[in-house]
Design a protein around this ligand. Structure first.
Ligand code: HEM
Length: 370
């Protein structure tokens, strides 16, 4: 006798709605026993965690494409595709704080004590997002004596969910980050047609940097004179400011602050970003340039998320201590200074217009006839 076939799936089975809708009771056993404000608070947080889950999957997919030892041109649109989905999630996540803000400050106080000392500070998925993008431990703000990751590690053995939280963070720390994968890819980018395998590559990169800075000099000098003529500052002060800017650009491209063993590699990566941003009209650089721009947009949206969260928090609880024990808004505002992809931002300070670019060499490598 043949087995009876499984019934066709229903909407509620496929989406596990029986389980999903039974998870909003907030440490109790029935969501009808909590206030509508607390139900709202729980659901908004859970929806955020679901978006974080999807964002994590997309970060890994984008990272995997870039992690290949040779990234085919045809893969770049896929990287951009995954990054764009993350960006749309973040855009929605920024906007979603409007919904959170329908919780009035006083109504929140009715159940806030019940949460202490739990906090979004323990959102291990947010920590995974940060880690997988490439935020370093040393870049994190510490409040009091608490390092954000240690805080989760110390709580981990208290419950199965805690073990899950720390296990996920540890696993993420062992993975290649999007930043590292992107750097490997940038490091191989042809600059003036030269790649790292070329024995003269170092000289080609150095010459490109020197020519780039020199080609932009007349424009900067003209801008300086214009500002002096317009009375925007004294000659001395403005000259000093321009010179400091020039020096910062040179130091950035030569990776002055980077320890010697990595300096040449970092210089090459930074020069590659500058090259891609500058010669983006070349057919083979159009997608790489879009990729870099989408990463900048991602980081911009993450900063906006942090800023928007901090303003929502200030509106709801003022400047009091957070349920997680931090200085609250002060701590959150400091996290808005995090930059993971800082070289992508930094290059924008020294970019020149098309008319002031050094002559392109080996155009054929980028899809134009030589
Ligand atoms: C009334 C609503 C909310 C208030 C008053 C609030 C307050 C706070 C405060 C004060 C902190 C700092 C840590 C602490 O001392 O607790 C924090 C951190 C955090 N919150 Fe919220 N929050 C709210 C809603 C949300 C929502 C809806 C999310 C979405 C997941 C969220 C995610 C986070 C995250 C990820 C952190 C860690 C930030 C970091 O360390 O970089 N929060 N929150």
């Amino acid at each position: 006798m043949s087995e009876p076939s499984a019934p066709p799936p229903t909407y509620w089975d496929y989406l596990r709605l029986d389980r999903l809708l039974d998870l909003q009771d907030g440490l109790g056993n029935q969501d009808t026993l909590i206030s509508s404000d607390e139900l709202h608070f729980i659901i908004v947080h859970q929806v955020y965690e679901l978006w974080f889950k999807l964002a994590l999957a997309e970060i890994r997919l984008a990272r995997n494409h870039l992690a290949s030892p040779r990234v085919p041109e045809a893969s770049i649109p896929y990287v951009v595709h995954h990054l764009r989905r993350i960006n749309e999630i973040l855009r929605l996540a920024v906007d979603q704080f409007r919904l959170m803000e329908t919780l009035t400050p006083q109504d929140f106080l009715d159940f806030r004590d019940k949460l202490t000392p739990s906090s979004g500070f323990q959102s291990f998925q947010m920590r995974e997002v940060e880690i997988l993008l490439g935020l370093e431990d040393s870049q994190r703000e510490i409040y009091g004596t608490v390092h954000p990751l240690d805080h989760i590690r110390k709580l981990a053995d208290r419950s199965p969910a805690g073990a899950l939280a720390w296990g996920r963070i540890e696993a993420a720390r062992g993975e290649l980050t999007l930043r590292a994968a992107m750097h490997d890819w940038l490091h191989r980018t042809p600059i003036q047609g030269s790649t790292p395998e070329n024995p003269d590559d170092h000289a080609v990169v150095e010459a490109f940097i020197a020519e780039y800075l020199a080609a932009g000099a007349p424009r900067r000098a003209a801008q300086l004179e214009k500002l002096i003529a317009a009375g925007s500052g004294t000659r001395e002060a403005l000259t000093e400011r321009f010179a400091a800017n020039d020096e910062a650009s040179r130091a950035f491209l030569r990776a002055d602050g980077v320890p010697e063993p990595q300096r040449a590699r970092v210089t090459r990566i930074r020069a590659a970003v500058l090259f891609i941003e500058s010669y983006r009209d070349l057919p083979l650089l159009a997608w790489p340039r879009l990729l870099l721009d989408t990463v900048v947009e991602l980081e911009e949206l993450l900063i906006l998320w942090r800023t928007r969260h901090a303003r929502m928090v200030e509106r709801t609880i003022g400047r009091r201590v957070g349920t997680g024990g931090s200085s609250g808004v002060d701590y959150l505002d400091k996290t808005t200074r995090y930059r993971i992809f800082h070289e992508l931002w930094a290059v924008r300070t020294l970019l020149s217009p098309r008319a002031a670019l050094p002559a392109l060499k080996n155009e054929g490598r980028y899809g134009f006839a030589e």
